[in-house]
Design a protein around this ligand. Structure first.
Ligand SMILES: Nc1ncnc2c1ncn2[C@@H]1O[C@H](COP(=O)(O)OP(=O)(O)O)[C@@H](O)[C@H]1O
Ligand SMILES: O=P(O)(O)OC[C@H](O)CO
Length: 514
């Protein structure tokens, strides 16, 4: 269907992700009307360091929005509102007067503060961090990255103390630029990833700010995910557009998947994998080292989630493609892996940047086990896909236990756990089947798999009356495909055991195990 055959209102989602920046325009029924995308340059200045250029992020943002509007055959005035969604935890500091960043953005994957985090753990700060923020001490989150900038970029601490600088995640930086410095805000989901935000009281935490020695004047105001975030400067797109929604990308995907009820679970498979389980108005504390986070906040009321974050999912296939040159495209992994009954006893633990949930081991490194004389490239491809499924199975086991502890078991104990999946990898049917097999649950793939962008559009639509309630949005969500477990239970148990043996051998303290 062409844009002209469709009718407004139109919502524009800006999805600023780790590897690319996308603008997607949806109509009210979540049909895609126009889109544009730009790859984002990655900087690896040193082992374990990952940076982005904030000026690239800004230039790409403006360019993809203009292009998407043009491709949709629309004008800025036709867009009801913009929803912003972004790679989370990536940390920026800029000058309040000029808007100029003082350093490149330090990306969520960056491990430069690993030693500092170990020192903080030894100092006994972790229980306070867990209680207030729902997080664990890890280089992943903003706080230690921000401290690094204040301590390593000459003059920044003094300038911060004089109130001259602003800190924010990518959403805040974009809001600042869109509004020419008039708005310094973030939403509660992005704030909940900083390690400085009290998720129960929904405010910045003075004790943590003091412990990290962070001047409060740096911080943005924290607001709901749907509301008034200001207008884009008129010169940018021809006329001003209202910004009416903001959420971190994994939370936006949760919203785009219409996971509005406690017990609903989504898992997104891109560079990494991030699974969020809605726990309603209760901030459930994990007994399995999962994170407690804000899923979304509307009308001042937070809805919480527990989250399992896996750092490497699709990135393992990129590695097979770019470094080992075993495949030409990630997509061909489906046929290659599907040509084998299993990985032939080969296990790949893709801990390239350490292990995330539930292990949280920044010093673990990747390994391949079980090689024999007849192992070939196809086994490695299968092992890479299976590793994504095994890691998800670790998360679902942890989710199930946490729910039991919290007395939040699914409404019907005999109903299979359902995971709504999305992200670039889930085009792969072999992966979806392995997810169903190893997690022993039903996998639902929506008709629209751009759920991150869709979630941001939904939030902007809620704020502007395009949708009246979340129920309107839930009615739009449609299943595209379903996968059910087919693997024999004994094989499932044996393969998971093989995986856990492999994981225990890459742990930096291998005695710890799971
Ligand atoms: N058909 C496929 N099978 C397996 N992996 C895929 C497939 N298509 C894309 N990928 C992987 O998905 C990732 C891209 O997904 P995307 O959601 O765009 O990621 P991100 O938002 O993290 O940049 C890449 O790592 C790529 O290797
Ligand atoms: O940009 P993505 O899709 O790789 O997501 C990154 C996450 O938000 C990191 O927490």
């Amino acid at each position: 269907m062409t844009a002209t055959a469709m009718r407004g209102p139109y919502l524009l989602a800006l999805d600023q992700g780790t590897t690319s920046t996308r603008a997607i325009i949806f109509d009210r029924a979540a049909r895609l009307v126009g889109s544009a995308q730009r790859e984002l340059q990655q900087f690896y200045p040193h082992d374990g360091m990952v940076e982005h250029d904030p000026e690239h992020i800004w230039a790409d943002t403006v360019a993809v929005i203009r292009k998407a509007i043009q491709r949709a055959g629309l004008e800025a005035a036709d867009i009801t509102a913009i929803g912003i969604t972004n790679q989370r935890e990536t940390t920026l500091v800029w000058d309040r007067r000029t808007g100029e960043p003082v350093h490149k953005a330090i990306v969520w994957q960056d491990r430069r503060t690993a030693a500092f985090c170990r020192q903080l753990q030894r100092s006994g700060l972790e229980p306070l961090v867990q209680e207030r923020t729902g997080l664990l001490i890890d280089p992943y989150f903003c706080a230690t990255k921000l401290v690094w900038i204040l301590d390593h970029v000459e003059g920044t601490r003094a300038r911060a103390e004089r109130g001259e600088l602003a800190f924010g995640t990518v959403d805040s930086f974009l809001l600042w630029r869109f509004t020419s410095g008039r708005v310094h805000k973030t939403d509660a989901t992005n704030a909940s990833r900083t390690m400085l935000f009290d998720i129960e009281r929904q405010c910045w935490d003075d004790d943590l700010l003091e412990a990290f020695n962070i001047p409060p004047s740096l911080l943005p105001e924290v607001v709901d995910c749907a509301g008034e975030f200001g207008l884009t400067q008129r010169e940018l797109f021809g006329s001003a557009i209202a910004i009416a929604g903001v959420a971190g990308d994994q939370q936006a995907a949760t919203f785009g998947q219409a996971c509005f009820e406690p017990g609903m679970l989504k898992s997104t498979y891109g560079t990494g994998c991030f699974a969020l389980l809605n726990t309603g108005d209760k901030a459930v504390r994990s007994t399995n080292r999962l994170l407690t986070t804000v899923a979304y906040r509307l009308d001042g009321r937070p809805t919480f989630a527990i989250e399992g974050s896996i750092f490497v999912a699709g990135a393992a296939l990129q590695w097979l493609r770019d470094e080992l040159r075993m495949i030409w495209t990630a997509a061909e992994s489906e046929a290659i892996a599907g040509s084998l009954p299993d990985s032939g006893g080969v296990y790949m633990v893709p801990a390239f940047t350490g292990l995330g949930a539930p292990y949280w081991d920044p010093d673990a490194r990747g390994a391949i086990f079980g090689l024999t004389r007849d192992t070939n490239g196809r086994h490695l491809v299968r092992a890479a896909l299976d590793a994504v499924a095994y890691q998800t199975a670790d998360l679902t086991a942890a989710f199930a236990e946490d729910l039991r502890h919290a007395g939040l078991e699914r409404q019907r104990a005999d109903a299979p756990l359902v995971i709504r999946v999305d992200g670039g990898m889930v085009a792969n049917n072999r992966l979806c089947q392995s997810l169903a097999d190893y997690c022993a649950c039903t996998i639902e793939r929506p008709a629209v798999t751009e759920t991150t962008a869709l979630g941001a559009a939904f939030l902007a639509g809620l704020a502007t009356g395009v949708y009246e309630t979340k129920a309107d949005i839930a009615a739009i969500w449609q299943r595209g495909a379903q996968f059910n477990p087919e693997l024999d239970t004994d094989l499932r148990v044996a393969h998971l055991k093989g995986w856990h043996d492999a994981v225990s051998r890459v742990r930096s303290n291998s005695a710890e195990g799971l």
